[in-house]
Each structure stands twice: as C-alpha cells, then as structure tokens.
Ligand binder design. Structure first.
Ligand code: SF4
Length: 761
C-alpha cells in the first residue's frame, strides 16, 4: 500500500485524492469517519489544477461508495439465480468456464470489452494490457469505437502516435472554435481541464471569443459569444470550407509548423470543391459566417479549434477530426501558446519515448475481423461488429466474453441485437460493481472494491491536459486478508488466461514478470536513467516501502519519464495536492513520431475518403436541395450523468426527468407532438417510446435523446435506476453505420421517424 493507512485509526480525518469519475481530474477533499466511510466530499482548494472546483458527480462519490446495490462479494449465476461466492470459488468458476472454451475453440473464441472507466483507472490502464496479452485473443473491443477513435486515428496519421492530440490552450487562447462538444456538461474530453466553465468564462472575460458549433443550443452554446447550429454529420464539410477560405484568401501561415509539414498542396487541392457557397446549404451555416470564422482564426494571434464527440460519432468522424488539426495548422495555431498544443506528460506519453522527432508512425488493419473483415485500430476491432462475431457460427466464433467496467448493451449501437447475442454465450465474466444490463448475462461477476482501496494516477488523461501536471493518490484503505484489490483481480484473471491457474500467487507472479520485463527494457535502453543498472537493484528500489502492483510500475515510469530526476512516487506522495509542471510549451518538431519526421497534413487514407465519400456527399446533398422533413437523431450529455453508469444514485437522478426526446417547436407542431406526452421514435433497427420535450434549443429537423439510459430490463439489480429507467437511445442506432477510417460507430445523424405514442385509454 502506497501511504496512509487507516488500520488502527479511530478518529475521523480528511484526505485528498483525485476524482476518478471523469476526465477533468479534480482534486477532492474527502472527509472520512472512523470506519473509513466518506462523510463529505469537497473540492480541494489547494489542488494545483482544479483549485477547489468539483461538479455534482464528484460530490456523489460518497453515495456511489455507499450504494447498497453495489456488488461487494463475488457473484455466480445458475440459471436466473445469483449466489454469493468466495473469491477462490469465483475464480475457480472463471477458470473452468474460460479454460474449457479456450481448449475447445481457441483463444479468439473469447472476446474482451473494456469500458470507459478503465481510462480513469491506474490498475486498468496497466493490467488490462497484461490481461489481453495473456488471453491472446484478437477479439478485443472497447468504448473507444463508440467515442474517440477517429481522433486517435487522425492524430496517429498526422503526428505519429494515437494520443498525440493537440489540446486547446484555453487558459491563454483568445478565440476558441468548438464543435460537437459540450464541456459544461461533460467537463471536457480529450482535453483534461478541471473547471471548464470557469476557464471558458475567463476566456470571455479577458476579451476572447467562444464560438460553438452544435445542432443543439447546449449549456456551452448558451454561454458562448456565438452559437452556430449545424446539420448533424456536416462538420467535415464546414471545416473544409474554412480550409478553402484560408487558401483562397491567402491566409495560410504555418508559423511554428513551418518546415515541418508534408502535403500542403494536396490539402489545398482537396479543399477546392468545398467553397463556403457550396457548403453553406449543406451544413446550414451561411457562407459569410463560414468565411468570417476562417478569417478570425487566421487573424487572432492566439486561437484554437477544438472538437469532440459530436464530430467523432458520425459518418465522417476521421475526416472531421483530421480537418480540425489541419485548420489549426494552416491558421498558424498549432503548437503556439494560446493555440492547439501538445502536453508533455510525466508518464505514459505516446510521444515522449523513442527518438524525438521521428518514429514508426501508426499502422492499422494488421488483423481483420472474422465476419465482416473490418480492420483493427490500435489493437481492437470496431465494437459495431461484436454481435456479428458472437452470432455467426464457424471457426473463431466468439463463445465467451470478458467485460471490465463496461456496459456495451447500453453504450453500443443496435443494443437489442447485442443484448440477444450475449444471451447465447457459453460463458461470460464481468469485473463490475453493478449487475447491470450487460453484466446480468455474466456467469460470474467479480466486484471491484471501493475507490479508497486503490491508488490513482491519471496515466492517460494527463497526456491530454491543458497544463503539465502530475498528481498521485495512494490507497487509503487496506483490504482484509484474502480480499483482492482491483489490480489483483485483473492479474488473477490474466493468470487464468495464461494457463497458470487462478491462485493469488499466480497473479502476483504475473505482476513480478510485468515489472521485470519493464525494468529489463529500462536498463538496456540508451539514454534511460537506469541504463546499465543491475535489474535486481532497480526492482528492489521500486519495491521499497512494500510497494507492489501499479505503484511499482508507476514509479518506474516516473523515474524514466520526461521529468526523471524531478519526479518519482515519493515526490508525488509528498505532494497530495499535485505538482504543477507548468503551462504547455511548444514541442515541434520533437513531438512528432511519424516515419518522415513531418506532420502528415494529407494522409493518403483521409484524402481518399474525402474524394470517395465526402465530396460525393456534398454534391448529393446540394443537389437534393432544401432538407426534407426527415428527422435525424443526435445524442446529448448531462452534467449529472456519466454515460451509463451513475444512474443508480438518487442524488444525481432526482428531479426533472432528463431522458427526454428534444424536438423543435416547428417539428412538434408538424408531427402533432405535445410537450410531456409520449412519442414513438423508430429507426431502421429499433423503436422506443419516450416523453417529448419541446424546445427551441434544438434545430429543426433534429431530435435528441441522451445516451446511457434504458434501465428497465429484467435481471438487473439497480433499484434507483429502475425507478427512472429512461430509454436506451442505442436501440435506435444502427450497427451497420460506421466511419470506415476508424471503425467508429455512427451515433449522431441517425434517420428516425417520430409519431405521437398512443396513450392507453
Ligand atoms: S468534473 Fe469530473 S473530475 Fe471533477 S468532480 Fe466532476 S466528475 Fe469529478
């Protein structure tokens, strides 16, 4: 255990740790009683990054930890009956189930799904990799392909690494163009910045301008200087029109990127057809406005474009994500203070290892999925094809499933189909704290222990932070003997998959092996602080204070990272409010990891997609003239919701129902829909019934349902969520629709029909 322990303590006290619930990484001040229960949550005003900010979800950590529906003891299912089990019995059941399938059908017969909370979890980020390596299946899936995969793919192609994502330097920018993002509700994504509301208001207070492009007048749009409603799925067209203006009016100036760019001419060529006049009728933003946004971006010394989920979960997700960084580059805002900059994280940076300024770049499609032949992206297949792999007989058919902190039945498209497919599996094991819509299909549920039992460091999110920061929270509670920590659960699962049995010792052996492998690399790598050191001596150093598990590996990463000599785990432990490593600094060209050592402004696959899909779509939509009366569905986010998994907390879901169908008054009148009355929404794959919310905060022709709801199925055990189930928007989304460059699901712009639901007499 990495620090303070409560064993033997009797008095209540205050502890500080990073909130693990979203990407904002706020510092929390936790008041604990003598039973180590959380009695109060406040923002940590001394936190170097969040300075006391927290949102309602952070406060709800207390309710989350105390939720009576949380699973505390392993569960084994027989038919429809669940029973408590010991950890040894539960792991023995998992060993029996998985081993039988691996022996009979091979490793690809076991699929894995990793949910979004793994991105906030030190144990998950380190040991899920060990689990996947031990299992050796090609059927790996995650929430990434219903979320941000297009950005990872475009960043990988342009800058050479998946998480080389430039983030807006919002504390110093004077003009921020934001597309498909609602950080007032999400608290930021692919942009780690606590207190986004405060930071955006500060931008405006210093005379800066915030322009929000979104089909909905979201809370962020309400707070902006300008809100530009855009037709769903046309962000790429809009951004290419900005590129067109920059070239046509001689506004291109690369500044920091000068001399580091390939493909400039190709970008100019490809943007020629996307004049503002051509794009305006398609995206719904007039040509003069498009041109003026382009001019502002080029003329404002410190400006940035930032785009998020609305631009990723659509038909042209990768092209839109690419176009964001093309505009940033052409307007001279890439790698400039106040522009879009690269973080220099203390650990885990995809662009901090290897040779500065050059690398292997990224490759996709090293494997193809069995049924539809879809390529892998960063080691995983698009989750839109998971149901295909379970349903379709033949060699390699998925017969067993492992989920870690995920609820794909609510989070992925065509939910009813996946739900039915999961019911046909031979075996399923879930690491989860709830029996939810997905884990109800499991044969065994292994519950992760409470948040206070684990150390926390945002290995992934600090790579996307708008300041360079580092903050580690040690475990505060020691589990009773025999109770595994979360990382031990993952390692015992990994040991089973590796054929080493299910014992705690087998898991511990894998931990030692993982560390040994990393230390061996560190002592042989040229320039490493441990180059030439004795392996055993390094391991002894890292194992001081009885450290094991993720803490040892984190310490090694800190000692060999960009701040080696300045940071190690002891230093972080001594600074419970975090360490501010300063504002972002320019990193070109050393940040690049492309084979050419240049920014690839015109990746071949992206240009081909523009030519074969985007440009024809522009022509098709223009020739179709004014939009007809068909509606399209988009999602939305709420501050009190966290995708699918915080709906069992009364403190967050009480009050006005949030899972409603937002409809513009013009559409409501045309379709005879009444505010508060139920409507039936149908798509190519499903149908839901949901109450209507008439609002002019959504553009005509577009309707919106938030994702993550639909807690009304049999077999779950979430009493609060069941009382306010909402509907599952992914019953309507279509698994056959995805962005081919990234495999990402299309969750926005789904054609739907809406009619009043018949109210029983
Ligand atoms: S904004 Fe995110 S990190 Fe901050 S308190 Fe809320 S949920 Fe936690």
């Amino acid at each position: 255990m990495g620090g303070r322990t409560l064993v033997g303590m009797t008095a209540s006290r205050i502890e500080f740790r990073t909130c693990p619930l979203c990407e904002a990484t706020c510092g929390l001040e936790l008041h604990l009683n003598d039973k180590t229960e959380i009695t109060l949550v406040r923002g940590d005003k001394d936190d170097v990054f969040s300075k006391g900010y927290l949102c309602p979800k952070g406060t709800a950590l207390k309710a989350l930890e105390a939720d009576p529906d949380r699973i505390r003891v392993p569960q084994i299912r027989t038919g429809d009956t669940w029973r408590d089990a010991t950890w040894d019995d539960a792991f023995a059941e998992v060993e029996r189930g998985l081993t039988e399938i691996i022996d009979r059908h091979g490793r690809d017969a076991v699929a894995v799904y990793l949910g979004n909370p793994n991105a906030h979890n030190l144990a998950g980020l380190i040991y899920n990799r060990v689990l996947l390596q031990s299992l050796g299946t090609k059927n790996v899936y995650s929430a990434s392909t219903v979320d941000q995969m297009p950005k990872q793919v475009s960043a990988g192609m342009m800058f050479g690494a998946a998480l080389s994502v430039p983030v807006p330097d919002i504390d110093r920018t004077d003009y921020l163009l934001m597309l498909g993002a609602n950080p007032f509700a999400s608290n930021g994504s692919l942009m780690t910045a606590p207190d986004i509301p405060g930071r955006l208001r500060a931008l405006r207070a210093r005379g800066g301008k915030l322009v929000v492009v979104d089909p909905r007048r979201s809370k962020t749009a309400e707070e902006a200087d300008v809100h530009l409603p855009i037709r769903p799925g046309t962000d790429a067209h809009f951004l290419l029109a900005i590129v067109h203006v920059l070239f046509a009016e001689g506004l291109v100036h690369l500044d920091r990127a000068e001399g580091h760019v390939n493909g400039l001419d190709e970008v100019e060529r490809i943007a020629r057809d996307f004049s503002p006049d051509a794009v305006a009728p398609v995206c719904g933003i007039d040509a003069a406005t498009i041109a003026s946004v382009a001019r502002d971006l080029a003329a404002t010394e410190r400006a940035a474009v930032y785009a998020r989920i609305g631009t990723c979960t659509q038909e042209f997700g990768t092209v839109a994500s690419w176009a964001v960084d093309v505009v940033n580059t052409l307007a001279g805002n890439l790698d400039r203070e106040g522009g879009a900059m690269f973080t220099l994280p203390a650990v885990g940076g995809a662009n901090t290892g290897g040779t500065p300024g050059k690398g292997r770049g990224v490759r996709f499609g090293r494997r193809s999925s069995r049924v539809k032949g879809l390529p892998e992206f960063f080691g995983e297949f698009p989750v839109v094809t998971l149901a295909d792999e379970i349903e379709t007989p033949g060699d390699g058919q998925v017969r067993a499933f492992v989920t870690v902190a995920g609820n794909p039945v609510l989070s992925t498209p065509d939910s009813n189909r996946l739900d039915a497919a999961l019911g046909t599996l031979d075996f399923m094991v879930s690491v989860d704290i709830y029996r939810n819509e997905t884990t109800r299909h499991a044969n065994v549920i292994l519950p992760a222990p409470g948040v206070l039992t684990r150390g926390h460091f945002d290995l992934a999110l600090y790579s996307l932070a708008i300041r360079n920061v580092a903050n580690y929270s040690p475990p505060l509670v020691e589990l009773p003997p025999g109770e595994p920590t979360e990382w031990e659960i993952l390692l015992r699962l990994a040991a089973i998959c590796a054929g080493q049995g299910s014992s705690a010792e087998a898991g511990a052996g894998l931990d030692d092996f993982a560390l040994l492998t990393l230390v061996q690399k560190a002592v042989t790598r040229t320039g490493s602080p441990f180059e030439g050191h004795d392996v055993d001596a390094v391991i002894a150093l890292l194992s001081q204070k009885g450290r094991r598990g993720p803490e040892r590996i984190l310490d090694l990463m800190l000692r060999t990272g960009p701040y080696a000599g300045q940071l190690d785990l002891d230093v972080l432990e001594a600074n419970p409010h975090g360490i501010d490593l300063g504002a972002l600094r320019p990193r070109l060209p050393e940040v690049l990891r492309t084979p050419t050592g240049k920014i690839e402004l015109a990746p071949e696959a992206v240009i081909a997609d523009v030519e074969t899909r985007l440009r024809p779509s522009l022509e098709r939509r223009r020739s179709a003239g004014a939009p007809d009366h068909r509606l399209v569905l988009v999602g939305r986010r709420d501050l009190r919701s966290n995708n699918s998994w915080m709906h069992n907390l009364d403190v967050l879901v009480k009050g006005k129902a949030r899972c409603t169908l937002q409809v513009h008054p013009v559409d409501a009148e045309r379709l005879h829909l009444e505010d508060g009355a139920p409507a039936r929404v149908s798509s190519a794959v499903g149908e839901v019934e949901i109450d209507v919310e008439v609002t002019d905060g959504i553009m005509p022709g577009v309707v919106s349902i938030p994702h993550g709801w639909g807690h009304d199925v049999e077999g779950t055990d979430m009493a609060v969520a069941a009382k306010r189930p909402g509907v599952n928007s992914n019953v309507l989304t279509d698994g056959s629709l995805f962005d081919p460059l990234s495999g990402n699901a299309v969750l926005n712009g789904i054609p739907v029909e809406v009619v009043p639901a018949l109210v029983p007499a």
